[in-house]
Design a binder for this molecule. Structure first.
Ligand code: SAH
Length: 388
């Protein structure tokens, strides 16, 4: 390999040997003459070979490990991609919409690949992956033969790598909206402008799961395009799907019609106000679903985020009938599962409700969590039952 090796500190070495794929700037001892985005050999402080990584010249995360062995396969991207696709055949067999590559969780740091039927959305979120984008696209064309590939490289994390935020076509054509079957529902996804890459695929398994709990009158307070609400509508009497975004709600209405679900009503509202209003108005529900955006985008915001989670969960428990189910989520990585559980316990105490934990769930299995790497576990989903 042409690149000079990168030497890490003792602490960096220990992290790598524990299986963590990231080495921070402060744990890099020597990286002179290494080109931005280069594939490098990584050595410990005493020269011990630790594997191979992609080098980020601007980011605090300086190295992202791609291999911990002594040698790197000639075309490691192809091998990892093929392995990721094989894994989906186990956890999402035949799925028309799912995450095909989940970055670090698939040994492909900073790369995201989502499938929506015949179309694919890609994110290359580090200098190294950005430079390998053409190769990734060529491999996807070869392995999946999609009709189109779009890059949804608009996440803000790209700026930490010195990369511009960009959305554009990489291959074939990608229409304004794509109609795709997800967990038995026909949904319209907006790959160009929708949140994430179009839909919240990380909730796909949890969406389906609500079919085993939803009943009676349902409230989905942060519905986006109806991920939970539409599944609930298949089994419950009525569903109120609310969101602060009117544009998102237009999709809910369209998706409901597409699936002949006539029992879904939409309401444009701020969930904090709506929950308060419903509570004070004496409205009661048998099932409540809370899936807010990440309230804590960084460590410092965690405390404020806890207050936000507490408030909505407290109000949700108050408007829940005895015996009802609360499905409540947090996608803030900085609010860990145990913290979130504590917040829920506080909310239950304040609501004067006896609550049992029916299930503790997480992001769908096509978003793999790396053992020992907490950063890869971000989405928590609790199913709670209010005694009654
Ligand atoms: N439950 C959805 C994903 C929700 S994403 C699914 O599984 O597909 C979070 C949603 O909350 C976004 O659609 C956003 O518009 C909405 N949102 C953000 N702040 C809000 C608020 N204060 N009140 C209501 N909705 C809000």
């Amino acid at each position: 390999m042409a690149e000079p090796p990168v030497v890490v500190t003792r602490r960096g070495e220990l992290r790598i040997r524990r299986g963590h794929p990231w080495v921070f700037r402060t744990d890099v001892k020597r990286a002179e003459g290494v080109a931005p985005g280069a594939l490098v050999r990584v050595l410990g402080p005493e020269g011990r070979p630790l594997g191979f990584a992609l080098f980020s010249s601007r980011s605090e995360i300086r190295l992202r490990m791609v291999e911990r062995g002594e040698s790197l396969p000639e075309d490691f991207l192809r091998d990892r991609l093929a392995a990721a696709l094989r894994f989906r055949e186990t956890v999402a067999p035949g799925a028309r919409a799912c995450r095909l590559v989940h970055g670090e969780g698939d040994g492909l740091p900073a790369l995201v690949v989502d499938r929506y039927g015949d179309y694919v959305a890609v994110q290359t979120l580090s200098e190294g992956m950005e430079q390998r984008k053409d190769h990734v696209v060529a491999l996807l064309v070869e392995l999946l033969a999609p009709r189109g590939i779009i890059e949804r490289n608009d996440p803000r994390v790209r700026t930490l790598e010195g990369l511009e935020q960009r959305v554009g076509l990489l291959h074939g054509e990608v229409p304004e909206t794509v109609e795709v079957e997800v967990e038995g529902l026909l949904l319209r996804a907006d790959l160009w402008r929708g949140q994430k890459t179009g839909l919240f695929l990380d909730q796909r398994e949890n969406h389906r799961m609500v079919e085993s709990y939803a009943r009676g009158r349902v409230l989905d307070a942060f519905t986006y395009q109806g991920g939970f609400a539409l599944h609930a509508a298949r089994v419950a009497d009525t569903v109120l799907a609310a969101d602060v975004s009117g544009e998102a709600l237009a999709h809910v209405a369209g998706n409901a019609a597409r699936n002949s679900l006539a029992n879904v009503t939409t309401r444009e509202a701020n969930a904090f106000d709506l929950l308060r209003e419903l509570e004070h108005g004496g409205e009661r529900f048998d099932t409540v679903i809370l899936d807010p955006p990440a309230f804590a985008k960084n460590k410092d915001a965690a405390e404020k985020a806890r207050r936000g989670y507490k408030e909505i969960n407290l109000r949700a428990l108050k408007i829940l009938r005895p015996g009802g189910t609360l499905v409540t989520c947090s996608c803030s990585y900085h609010v860990h599962e145990a913290d979130f559980e504590e917040v829920l316990a506080d909310a239950a105490a304040d609501a004067g409700a006896a609550v049992t934990v029916v299930e503790k769930r997480r992001q769908a299995r096509d978003h793999p969590v790396l053992l020992g790497v907490p950063e890869t576990f971000y989405l928590k989903c609790f199913v709670l039952r209010k005694a009654g």
